[in-house]
Structure formats: structure tokens, C-alpha cells
Ligand binder design. Structure first.
Ligand code: PLP
Length: 385
């Protein structure tokens, strides 16, 4: 019996029961090096290949390629730097303002390869500003990097529109999508969409930490960014993490079919409850009836109560949430994502992120709403304006 309510699923998720079973199987039976030539190794290799097919299928990429990586960050790095290494080292790379550091921290390395980096602006709802992007696109653009779902605002990015604009205005530009917060929670038809690569991460979908993947089109060029034994078709050296890979396979196979619908209902319940109880509450991200609204992330500012104060108060009740994104929460600075959406410093400083999973129950949400209401009434009286 769990004694807490976990609403920080965008930071990481609890391994699901099928994942735990797959891990036990992998540790007891499929721990062989898949590159060796004896029978148990070849069996392990077959299991790894089955997971590759499962993940490709789930992303609408049956006939495309997939390389296993250690995490979403490595998949993003490989997609961006590995691809740019194969091009002519000139031109512009457009990166969305709301990108996670897995992408945005590549900027200097991209510049060292000879490219110039420009930002794709975000609008107030956290979606890429398409009017601005249209002005930026021309034949000098080598690559566009954009996420599927923003990890703080929950904004689903307009990928179809971006692909259409690229086809019209910058046909030689490739598109990489960071799908770490989207995969399985928001539909993706990788091949049909016309993007070149797509990154995902196991620990955001109830698999283990330490496993990620990069999906890419067969005709898309990527060079390795590490050196070693040449595993994964030379793209990612290092003995395969069979335990992590098999955990990813189980997580994808057993992800609840109606998980996204369930989370969307819980998100609606949470926002309706909070906004009724606290009329001052501000939604940071797309409106709930917008097609850009993802099912699992709700970002709310409860001014004047600072997010850290509310976070600790909720922790006292056994409710775990996050202030901005988990990566930024130790750094004590205003989230660049929320600033890029034009939030005031106070609104960003009071932003709380609730992120749900298919296991989040109606009772979890009811209890959370009630505790937020009680703490808010008490804390706002003690907050200086
Ligand atoms: N991209 C996004 C949008 C994320 O939210 C995260 C992690 O929070 C990452 C990339 C990095 O993934 P990983 O933790 O697997 O490296």
C-alpha cells in the first residue's frame, strides 16, 4: 500500500509490474552479451530485436530504424550532433525556446561544428510561434529541433504545421523531435509525419532509468558521437543494456490503452477543482479544450504563494509535485521555459507542475485539490506582496 500520492510523473515514473517482471527475467536469464555467438546470447539478441520492433511499431515507424541509447538526453544529443556532423557544416539550426537542456545545452557544440543557432519563439500558451517560424525558414536552414510535448507547460507542439512549412520553405532542412514527454501519451505517426528522427526515454513511461531510444528514417544520415566496439550498427558503442531494453519493451507493450484518456479526465478534474477553490489560480499552458493541451501535465501558478512553499506543504501531506521542471528545481532560478512564454517573474516563481500517470486515481486528485485549497488559504495570508 502506497502512503503517498505521486504527481511528478514527468520527472520519472514508477516501474510497472510487467516491467519489474521483465527486469527479473532479464537479470536471471537474458543477461548474456547479445553480440556473442553461443545460443543464450543469440536468444538475448532475439529479445532485443523484438523490443526494437515493438517500440518502432508503437511510434508508427515499422519500417524505420532505432538505436538504443542510455536515456532521452543521449538520444537527443545523437540526433542533433550526430546528424549535423554528416552535413556540410554551414547553415542555421533552429531550436525551439522551450527545449529541455538535453537539446538546448547542445548549442555550443553545434556552433563548434560550424552552424549558427537561432531560437524558435514560444507563444503565451507554450506552443511554437508559427508566424515567426515562417519568417525564419529558408534554404539556409539545416535543421529544426522541436519537442513533441513541453515538459513544463504540457504544450503539444504543432508538428504537422511545422513539417508542412519546412516542406514549402526549407525542403533540405531535417527535423528532430524530442518525444520524451510525448511518446505513448500523445499519438505520433513518425513515418507519416515526415520528421527525420524522434527521441524517447524509458523512465518516463514506467520502464527503468538508463534506457532511451532514437528512431530515425532509414535514409537519414547520423554519425556516431562516441567511440568503441561499434554496437548498434556503429551508432552507439557499448555493450547493450539488455535489462533496460527488455524493461522498455515491457513498458511499451503494457502501457494502458486508455491511459491518455484517463489522464485527461484526471487533469480536467484537477484544474476544475483548483480553479473553483482558488479563483486566483492561473493556468500556465494551453487551455484544456485546446488541441495543444496534453493529457498528463498541468502547470498552475497560485500567486502569491511561492511554488517551493506549496511544494513543501504538500509534501507534508504525502503529495509529491514539482516546481517547474525537476532538472531546474535545484538551480533556484526562474524557469527559462516559463519566461519564454512571457510569464512575470512572480507567476513563474509560483508555478507548480502536477504530472499524472495512468495510475493516478480520482481520490488522489480529490485529496490533492482539498490540500492545495487548505494550504493556499493559510499561506496566502503570510505572503508579503
Ligand atoms: N527531453 C525532455 C522533454 C525531458 O523532459 C527530459 C527529462 O525530463 C529529457 C529530454 C531527458 O530525458 P532523460 O532523463 O531520459 O535523459
Amino acid at each position: 500500500m502506497q502512503t503517498f500520492i505521486y504527481l511528478d510523473n514527468s520527472a520519472t515514473t514508477q516501474p510497472s509490474e510487467p516491467v519489474i517482471q521483465a527486469v527479473e527475467h532479464a537479470m536471471r536469464e537474458s543477461w548474456f552479451n547479445p553480440s556473442a555467438l553461443y545460443k543464450p546470447s543469440m536468444e538475448t539478441q532475439k529479445e532485443v530485436e523484438a523490443v526494437r520492433r515493438t517500440v518502432l511499431h508503437a511510434a508508427g515507424a515499422d519500417n524505420d530504424s532505432l538505436v538504443f541509447t542510455s536515456c532521452g538526453t543521449e538520444a537527443d544529443n545523437l540526433a542533433v550532433l550526430g546528424h549535423l556532423k554528416t552535413r556540410r557544416s554551414s547553415g542555421r539550426v533552429l531550436i525551439f525556446a522551450g527545449e529541455h537542456p538535453a537539446v538546448s545545452a547542445c548549442t555550443q557544440a553545434i556552433e563548434r561544428l560550424g552552424y549558427t543557432v537561432e531560437t524558435i519563439a514560444a507563444g503565451p500558451d507554450g506552443c511554437a510561434d508559427l508566424e515567426q517560424l515562417e519568417k525564419q525558414l529558408d534554404s539556409t536552414v539545416a535543421m529544426i529541433v522541436i519537442m513533441q510535448v513541453n515538459n513544463e507547460s504540457g504544450a503539444i507542439q504543432p508538428l504537422q504545421e511545422i513539417c508542412a512549412m519546412r516542406d514549402r520553405l526549407a525542403p533540405s532542412a531535417t527535423i528532430h523531435v524530442d518525444g520524451v514527454q510525448g511518446f505513448l501519451r500523445v499519438p505520433i505517426q513518425f513515418h507519416r509525419l515526415g520528421i527525420q528522427s524522434y527521441a524517447l526515454s524509458g523512465h518516463k513511461i514506467h520502464a527503468l532509468k538508463g534506457i532511451g531510444a532514437l528512431i530515425f528514417r532509414k535514409d537519414h544520415k547520423i554519425a556516431s558521437i562516441g567511440y568503441g566496439g561499434g554496437q548498434e550498427n556503429g551508432l552507439r558503442s557499448g555493450t547493450e543494456n539488455t535489462v533496460g531494453i527488455l524493461s522498455l519493451g515491457a513498458a511499451v507493450e503494457h502501457y494502458p490503452a486508455h491511459g491518455a484518456e484517463w489522464m485527461m479526465e484526471r487533469k480536467r478534474q484537477l484544474w476544475t477543482g483548483i480553479s473553483n477553490a482558488i479563483p486566483e489560480a492561473k493556468l500556465n499552458g494551453p487551455q484544456l479544450d485546446s488541441p495543444a493541451c496534453c493529457p498528463h501535465i498541468l502547470n498552475v501558478s497560485l500567486m502569491p504563494v511561492r511554488s517551493q512553499t506549496m511544494l513543501f506543504a504538500l509534501e507534508g501531506d504525502g503529495i509529491f509535485v514539482s516546481a517547474g521542471s525537476a532538472c531546474a528545481s535545484h538551480k533556484q532560478k526562474i524557469s527559462p521555459v516559463l519566461s519564454s512564454m512571457g510569464l512575470s517573474t512572480q507567476q513563474a516563481d509560483c508555478a507548480l507542475r502536477f504530472s499524472l500517470s495512468p495510475q493516478t486515481s480520482e481520490e488522489d486528485i480529490d485529496f490533492t485539490i482539498e490540500r492545495v485549497r487548505v494550504h493556499y488559504q493559510m499561506l496566502k495570508a503570510y505572503t508579503r506582496r
